[in-house]
Design a protein around this ligand. Structure first.
Ligand SMILES: [Zn+2]
Length: 389
């Protein structure tokens, strides 16, 4: 009901005075250079006395969601592809050159570039690292983080998190964002075997399918229907079971390449895993890592780390839980995941955020709840770690 009211208010506002919300026109440049963009000073709006809460992040998030058709990151289609992500990264970098950039930090098995985007002040002392899309079929997570970044950029000059202006917040903070940690797996899930061009790689995936079929893991006679549920990379390795963090202890999974839960022939056997670890090690000042997955609306934080890291990780996760409504899972899970590696091998605060509820790949109608539960996760994290007391 609150959402409906908020949308109604926004519509009224847009009809009466489009300048009140001061949403950035999406087709114009916004480099953060202008200083004369404060909406309240507009004479035409003074008489109507817009309530100040119309400028708050929640209202802006509703307007942003409703205005999806005019946005760069298109949320009207579930299968947000690798190519669309590449295109959107380029558009955002061109539009916000002072606030946003991106680069490759490695290549996938099939040769796709692995991208990390930088948002905020690269010279800030505190940095946060966010990894999404490490499981093929969880491709609403790249859509979420791309949308989160676009939202922050569009509202950089006029948005705030609990009274802290984004511009101030990200002057002291830097986000490193990896929208697709496993682009090959995502494209296999979205587009099937045709997403691989190399005959040997196709043969590998075909062999995994035939073996999974033989074992009764799938009854699909069409490989592309089977591939919709693919979590692994193009070698049939689950990247989130391939990290060198208690890798030997993970025995619950599959003994050979599979659409999910095969940890690989050795820790860090996969190029995507090695690239993600090398990137993490190359960045200085990273204080926390968020691993965005689907599904369950739960938060995993317990990797068996010891205090004080353990208490610090729990405290941060608790704040995310308060905001999102997601439940904190208390069971320990040592599964050679990226967050295990960050926590146990690099002493970093690492939280796994399981967005949405349902069978992956989640239907697009799940995205609305995912968005409203998480649109300010980045700002919340920046405020938690970077804002001065
Ligand atoms: Zn996952």
């Amino acid at each position: 009901m609150k959402r409906i009211c908020a949308i109604f208010l926004v519509l009224i506002l847009m009809l009466t005075s489009a300048s009140c919300i001061h949403l950035e026109p999406l087709e114009t440049e916004s480099t953060g250079e202008t200083t004369d963009t404060q909406p309240i000073t507009d004479e035409s709006t003074e008489e109507t006395e817009p309530p100040p809460e119309w400028l708050d992040a929640t209202t802006a998030a509703h307007a942003f969601f409703a205005d999806a058709g005019n946005a760069t990151v298109d949320i009207s289609k579930r299968e947000y592809s690798y190519a669309e992500m590449e295109e959107d990264l380029a558009i955002l970098a061109a539009r916000y050159p002072k606030l946003f950039s991106y680069r490759s930090f490695g290549k996938s098995v099939a040769g796709r570039e692995l991208y990390v985007a930088t948002l905020g002040n690269p010279n800030a002392a505190q940095k946060l690292l966010v990894s999404a899309g490490i499981h093929g079929r969880e491709y609403l997570t790249p859509l979420l983080v791309m949308k989160q970044m676009e939202f922050l950029l569009a509202h950089y000059e006029n948005g705030d998190y609990q009274g802290m202006a984004y511009a101030d917040l990200f002057a002291d903070c830097c986000l490193y964002m990896i929208p697709m940690s496993n682009p090959d797996g995502i494209m296999l899930s979205q587009a099937g075997i045709g997403s691989l061009t190399d005959p040997d790689q196709r043969a590998t995936v075909q062999a995994v399918y035939e073996e999974d079929f033989r074992k009764g893991y799938t009854s699909q006679t069409d490989i592309n229907e089977y591939l919709k549920y693919w979590k692994a990379n193009a070698n049939g390795v689950d990247l989130n079971r391939n990290f060198d963090a208690l890798w030997e202890n993970y025995r619950m999974g599959e003994p050979e390449p599979c659409h999910k839960n095969y940890k690989g022939p050795e820790p860090m056997s996969e190029p995507e895993t090695r690239a993600l670890a090398a990137l993490t090690d190359s960045l200085s000042g990273v204080v926390a890592v968020l691993c965005i997955h689907s599904q369950g609306e739960v938060l995993y934080w317990d990797c068996g780390q010891e205090d004080p890291l353990r208490a610090q990780t729990y405290a941060f996760t608790d704040v995310i839980g308060d905001r999102s409504g997601y439940e904190l899972i208390r069971e320990q899970n040592n599964d050679a995941s990226y967050s295990d590696w960050c926590a146990l091998e690099r002493d970093l605060i690492a939280v796994t955020v399981e967005t949405g509820k349902g069978l992956c790949p989640l239907d697009l109608d799940k995205f609305e709840a995912i968005w409203f539960d998480n649109y300010d996760l980045l700002a919340l994290s920046a405020a938690y770690f970077c804002a001065e007391e």
